[in-house]
Design a protein around this ligand. Sequence first.
Ligand SMILES: Cc1cc2nc3c(=O)[nH]c(=O)nc-3n(C[C@H](O)[C@H](O)[C@H](O)COP(=O)(O)O)c2cc1C
Length: 439
Amino acid sequence: MTDPTTPAAIGRERQSAIYRQGVLGRRPAVPTDFAELERRARRATSQKGWAYVAGGAGEGRTMRNNRAAFDRWVIVPRMAHGITTRDLSVDLLGTRLDTPILFAPVGAGQLIDPDCDLHVARAAAKAGVPYVFTNQGGTPMEECAAAMGEGRRWVQLYWSTDEALVDSLIRRAEAIDAGALVVTLDTTTLGWRPQDLNLGSLPFAQGLGIGQYTSDPRFRELVRERIAAAKTSGVKQEVEVTLGAIRSLLSITRNHPGKFWANLRSPEPRGSVEAFLDIYSNPGLSWDHLATLRERTRLPVVLKGILHPDDARRAFDQGVDAIVVSNHGGRQVDSSIASLDALQDIRAAVGDEPTVLMDSGIRTGADVFTAVALGADAVLLGRPYMYGLAVAGQRGVEEVVANIVAELDLTMSLTGARSLADITADMLQPSRDFASSGH
Ligand SMILES: Cc1cc2nc3c(=O)[nH]c(=O)nc-3n(C[C@H](O)[C@H](O)[C@H](O)COP(=O)(O)O)c2cc1C
């Protein structure tokens, strides 16, 4: 029997496997619908963890827009097409993927599980889904790559104000055989995130999500330079001693590479957090910086966070290999255009040829179908797999993606799509309910 937890198992196999277990009195460990998955994940997560992972910018309008955009479309199934086999595979940047799904980069996952990145890496390798390593992971990319074996990984980069650090991270991505370098453009500074702000919670300030930095030779050099400069300047930083400050210090110390007691005596752990907060992103990022990428790396370059057709055109004019249409899951700008709406405008502007990926709001297999119909070559899953992780660890991640692939396959079966190329805008219509309800 095919392993029901891998996406290789198409829809009916997965469905029957679940029903067969049901006959034995067993229910799936991971809920198969998003609403229940979200509820269960929330129960399993700390308050600060939930604020960070589930939270969004401002009043949450962009997150709602992302979902409402899917509600504005309906699928129109076709009957008696006689199609019994389907092909969900897609060619992406020179490699063939079994399904049009990747795992999005999700930073500071240590808030959910200390080994989040490793669990996701293993789940991705097992499921045959490429994993885009976040620049803000807890585990160095080399360790995640080792955990994946031959599994495909891409590496995401935030453009630092330190150009030597940018180069160092790129070199490391090349050394671990990344399939692409994904440069995220939409987080040159953090958005206004009330859920975190109300708790005064920034994971990085606790030493979480900075593992790619503390393992980087250039970053460590920078930290040592800054510590030496502070020593010679003789300026001492006064820190108010509160219970919170002690907790933060312990968290920073615990999460820094090396031995706890040695770390406690060293200025490096705290220096690393401070250096990270100063340099991890570059509010001055411009197309001139991006124009240097082609000569800085041999990896395919993907720009993530594009929402305007002019930016999409400019990206392809500069020779990038792909873009990700994304509003960062509604975490950056409140009241921003829905990613699915932006996808349609961008596909219309750039034509059929360029590789356009999409994320922000994908929750189900039917959503993947809709996104592909509206022009996405593939999609990235974000929060859903993190919720799977919260509920059931590595297995939870595998099950979430297997469920989404199963539903995509069943949707194709029930609509008469033999391959992704068959999923076109002709299979959709604007939802009349939505139009008449005055939205
Ligand atoms: C907790 C969290 C952390 C994220 N961290 C990163 C990151 O480090 N780098 C990045 O490019 N995108 C990051 N993203 C954005 C995701 O890559 C992706 O665009 C987003 O999750 C898609 O929205 P969705 O999860 O609502 O579908 C993060 C998203 C979440 C939820």
